[in-house]
Write a protein that binds this ligand. Structure first.
Ligand SMILES: [Zn+2]
Length: 61
């Protein structure tokens, strides 16, 4: 099973050591899974400061 990581910077969920969206470091310690399809209409997305659609973590350590 592939371990998913999350970016410390933008909360993007990825398998890579470096975030492909912002180039930030990714960590294995994250909680909550958020899939944003339409950030302009997602309340959770707005709250988390997400501006592009994709997969995100809710909490990143
Ligand atoms: Zn990032």
């Amino acid at each position: 099973m592939i371990k998913l990581r999350s970016c410390r910077n933008c909360k993007n969920v990825t398998e890579e050591m470096k975030c492909e969206k912002c180039g930030g470091d990714t960590v294995l310690e994250w909680k909550g899974y958020l899939f944003v399809l339409d950030p302009t209409r997602s309340m959770i997305g707005k709250k988390a400061g997400i501006s592009t659609s994709g997969e995100y973590a809710i909490k990143v350590r």
